[in-house]
Write a protein that binds this ligand. Structure first.
Ligand SMILES: [Zn+2]
Ligand SMILES: [Zn+2]
Length: 132
């Protein structure tokens, strides 16, 4: 016949012959506490450090489109053409101007008060009366 004893640890009652010595506590405890102590024994948890983050691969710069320089050249050429459309006007005397046709490169002089409407050589219209 077993004697009921009170566990010093949890205050619960259990048969005295089921008590076991808790080495940590230094006294006997009920089976529940004994098992609990064993279960709560520090298990080696696999705490892992921060996952290794693989460095994101650096994407190589996209190569410039094949013709980008050609476009630049075309734009520059167009720009120059626009400038040349106005023609080149130089002073050719007190009352005269010298005009270089942007289309045929024909140069001619005329009185500054009498701008020609077009190039006498290729008939290209001359727009800029205010260039000079
Ligand atoms: Zn207990
Ligand atoms: Zn011309």
């Amino acid at each position: 016949m077993s004697v009921t004893a009170v566990c010093r640890k949890c205050g619960g009652k259990a048969a005295s012959d089921t008590f076991r010595l808790d080495y940590k506590a230094g006294y006997v405890v009920c089976p529940n506490c004994y098992d609990g102590a064993r279960k709560n024994a520090p298990a080696k948890s696999g705490i892992q450090g921060p996952a290794d983050r693989k460095a994101a691969p650096v994407k190589p710069e996209a190569p410039k489109p094949a013709g980008w320089d050609a476009d630049d050249a075309a734009a520059e050429k167009l720009y120059k053409q626009k400038q040349r459309v106005a023609g080149q006007v130089e002073s050719a005397g007190v009352d005269r101007l010298k005009f270089s046709c942007p289309k045929c490169s024909y140069s001619f002089t005329f009185h500054k008060e009498k701008w020609p409407k077009s190039c006498p050589y290729c008939d290209t219209a001359i727009h800029s009366r205010t260039t000079f």
